[in-house]
Design a protein around this ligand. Structure first.
Ligand code: NAD
Ligand code: TYD
Length: 360
């Protein structure tokens, strides 16, 4: 296992202006000042450079505005930099959007991933080099495994059974990653993680949506009766898992990442909204009254749960946050980062970007 240790010299992070990518950059840019870190992001609605203001002037960090589907740009990036490591976050990531615009998900998640694989394959001199010299970490989701019933957990042996256009596009990307490992011996690793929450998450996802709606005294939409179950992980725990996998993971392997924190949506919201009321010093129950049951999402997966034992026993990772600690830290972050939140709500983060980049 020792000979497999990977030491990045230049990391290409894709989608670093999004939720998990931005948290990952906050984690690694100051920690590894000797490593060159390039963030390639298209700046879709989910990309927000305000999330990176604290690290944007670090000498080891560079932002490149671009699309992972632009193969010429990828070849230039690999030619211009001695990229040893790819950490691939860039994706369309919201299930509800995928129901309305599935082809955008095919384009970025499938075609974009294939372009990145192709660029890495072209640049990396795989036959001549030590297999630990390069690493392509594809950041994927537990949703590729489909939906669970009341019992059982997803494991590395669970067959793929995606049920939404989002999860089908991520599953397809995972298959391309595996195919490049088998066919071209590209040194890839796949991580499949459960639902994340924490700072910088766009408020279309359940937890930041509920915090924002509660602050605005607005209704909080809960699909069906709120009985669907998700396995929640604080994004900082995910980022530490990714760092561990980059350094110690074994090429060709898959690692499942999850916090063993399963809650129904309604139970989760009751914990979260109690914390919101406590932090705002208003009567507990104020925010719960905003919960409104609405029509279910089509094809809504009932339950996700992760068996992360391989990552825990083989690589020594473990999550640090309990759900209530992580939710309290998250609520405090949103309450003390008003300017970030307001810029997202009033969409001024887009005009800030439009002034600098050609985006719509
Ligand atoms: P996000 O939607 O917040 O961010 C995605 C980022 O990718 C944005 O900055 C966006 O501008 C960028 N992007 C989109 N299309 C692009 C393109 N064609 N070229 C370059 N950049 C592009 O997503 P997230 O929640 O941070 O998720 C990151 C990754 O982690 C995704 O691959 C997702 O599938 C995976 N994942 C997410 C979760 C979760 O709970 N959020 C859980 C498991 C896995
Ligand atoms: P979401 O944050 O969209 O993540 P995912 O669909 O990838 O799991 O949703 C988490 C859960 O919350 C999921 O069961 C759908 C549900 N949900 C609601 O009930 N209401 C909402 O407004 C949203 C966005 C999600």
């Amino acid at each position: 296992m020792i000979q497999n240790l990977h030491q990045p010299r230049c990391i290409l992070v894709t989608g670093g202006a999004g939720f998990i990518g931005a948290n990952f950059l906050h984690h690694i840019v100051p920690k590894f000042p000797e490593v060159e870190i390039i963030n390639l992001d298209k700046l879709t609605y989910a990309g927000n450079l305000l999330s990176l203001s604290e690290i944007e002037s670090a000498s080891n960090y560079q932002f490149i505005h671009g699309d992972i589907c632009d193969l010429n740009l990828l070849h230039v990036l690999f030619d211009d930099h001695q990229i040893t490591t790819v950490v691939h976050f860039a994706a369309e990531s919201h299930v509800d959007r995928s129901i309305h615009t599935p082809l955008e998900f095919v384009q970025t998640n499938v075609v974009g991933t294939a372009c990145l694989l192709e660029a890495a394959k072209t640049a990396w001199n795989l036959n001549a080099s030590d297999p630990a010299m390069y690493r392509f970490l594809h950041v994927s989701t537990d949703e590729v495994f489909g939906a669970l019933g009341r019992t059982g957990k997803f494991s590395i042996d669970t067959p793929y059974a995606p049920r939404s256009p989002y999860s089908a596009s991520k599953a397809s990307a995972d298959h391309f990653v595996r195919a490049y490992a088998e066919t071209y011996e590209l040194p890839v690793i796949i991580s499949n993680c459960s639902n994340n929450y924490g700072p910088f998450q766009f408020p279309e996802k359940l937890i930041p949506l509920a915090i924002v709606r509660s602050l605005c005294n607005d209704s909080i939409p809960v699909y069906s009766k709120g009985e669907n179950i998700r396995d929640w992980l604080h994004v900082h725990d995910h980022c530490k898992a990714l760092e561990t996998i980059i350094h110690q993971g074994i090429n060709g392997e898959t690692y499942l990442v999850g916090g063993s924190a399963e809650y129904s949506n309604l139970d989760l919201l009751n914990i979260l909204l109690t914390i919101v009321d406590e932090e705002l010093q208003r009567p507990v129950g104020t925010s719960q009254k905003l919960i409104t049951f609405v029509q279910d999402r089509p094809g809504h997966d009932f339950r996700y749960a992760i068996d992360a034992s391989k990552l825990i026993t083989e690589l020594g990772w473990s999550p640090q946050y309990t759900l209530s600690e992580g939710l309290r830290a998250t609520v405090r972050w949103y309450l003390s980062n008003h300017s970030w939140l307001e810029a997202v709500i009033d969409e001024s983060y887009r005009s800030y970007l439009k002034a600098q980049y050609e985006i719509s």
